[in-house]
Unconditional design. Structure first.
Length: 330
């Protein structure tokens, strides 16, 4: 148990990473407020002490004030959360991911929040040829999704002060099991297909993708919460584990799920290849990943074996873009 109990607002706390993070924060004794639209589920935690769930919109100033009251920390995860979802409704993406950001930061500062942690994305670097892309590299975002992530980082650091500690994480692609599962992320897509159809189609295959196990991603947030202020104030940290070719991810899935799984390769125009270095978070904060991509695949296999998912190839609850399409989010 920490002596240092915090009251934390997690925006997007009912999302894929949000659910896993909130669960862990509660386990270690923190108090948590969630602000989330609740479109993938309203409650994954049952009746839980120290948890308050607000179903609401990050764009609503009054809602933010209500949720933030009494908190000392904000972890901001809420967003339209990948390129395809963003491209479906760019206007909505801009409203939620960009326009709502500065008001949230301003209210946080006004309400005397001490720590503001922002989930950016390693996609802000764009395509680099270098092998180890670290936090000093120039940002060349290729899509509106990653462009707004980069813009919000800049906005956040305008507000950095002795009383208001701001930190940005740039996660790799997250994989593994969550109470709010997603099957539209590369390792999870491959595992879902392999388990249910015994066949994986890989588009291209040579592109590198940095991935991180969801438990390690949660650990990274906890690490920031417990870090000394002078080590995280105004700082950016890449958070990744293994940079692996997509074809090798497919082979890893086959290794876990059985060699009867067929891998078919197909050409692609999408040659985005990312490889990030996470040395800084190791050297500055002594953060080490504990789980592998293989562990994530095993966790998903175990969940499939227990029939935890319902119609995982088609159910819109597991696919952001399908769900957003069906409810006409605006």
């Amino acid at each position: 148990m920490h002596n240092n109990i915090k009251k934390i607002l997690v925006t997007g706390g009912l999302g894929y990473v949000g659910c896993a993070l909130v669960k862990r924060l509660l386990q270690i004794g923190h108090k948590v407020n969630i602000l989330d639209l609740g479109i993938y589920g309203k409650n994954f935690f049952g009746e839980t002490k120290n948890l308050s769930v607000h179903i609401g919109d990050i764009r609503n100033i009054e809602t933010i004030k209500k949720c933030i009251y009494g908190c000392d920390t904000v972890i901001h995860l809420a967003c339209i959360s990948n390129d395809p979802s963003f491209d479906m409704n760019p206007e909505l993406g801009k409203l939620i991911n960009y326009d709502a950001f500065r008001p949230l930061v301003e209210i946080s500062k006004r309400f005397e929040i001490k720590n503001f942690i922002y989930a950016s994305s390693s996609s802000v670097y764009g395509i680099k040829t270098e092998k180890n892309v670290d936090e000093t590299f120039t940002l060349e975002p290729l899509t509106d999704y990653s462009k707004f992530k980069a813009d919000c980082e800049k906005i956040l650091f305008e507000y950095q002060s002795d009383e208001f500690t701001t930190t940005v994480l740039r996660p790799a692609t997250v994989c593994g099991f969550s109470l709010r599962q997603r099957f539209d992320l590369v390792v999870n897509i491959l595992t879902n297909l392999a388990y249910n159809t015994r066949k994986i189609t890989v588009f291209g295959g040579e592109q590198l993708r940095p991935n991180i196990h969801i438990n390690d991603m949660v650990d990274a947030y906890i690490h920031i919460l417990n870090a000394q202020k002078n080590k995280i104030a105004g700082q950016i940290f890449n958070v990744g584990d293994q940079n692996i070719k997509v074809i090798d991810l497919a082979k890893l899935v086959r290794k876990v799920l059985g060699f009867d799984v067929q891998i078919v390769t197909s050409s692609t125009k999408d040659n985005r290849s990312y490889h990030i270095s996470s040395k800084k978070i190791l050297s500055d904060l002594n953060f080490k990943t504990k789980f592998s991509i293989e562990d994530a695949i095993v966790d998903l296999k175990n969940a499939f074996d227990k029939n935890i998912f319902y119609d995982s190839l088609n159910n819109e609850l597991y696919f952001n873009i399908k769900k957003m399409n069906s409810i006409k989010l605006n």
